[in-house]
Design a protein around this ligand. Sequence first.
Ligand code: ZN
Length: 91
Amino acid sequence: MATIVEYTCRKPPTNEYPAGVVSPPRAGSCCFSDMEEIGEPIEEGRWVFRYKRCRRCGFALRVILREIPDAALAAELRESLGRVFIRNSPA
Ligand SMILES: [Zn+2]
């Protein structure tokens, strides 16, 4: 998964979401209370994530919100559930 966050102490923190975010390399104590969500949840591969950024120091990170169930696994599950249903139907 590619991230849009660039961690550097050579540039001032900026929020150019969704083009890019410049973040200090390390989180500060302010980040526990001052993080805000930026942008909308993004689906990529099997994951849904969202960017968060600290209002005070500009520290940004990507937070995984949930895992998308494997499509193949879901299809397999549906198929076996279907078989159970057929077996239990009155003939
Ligand atoms: Zn902070």
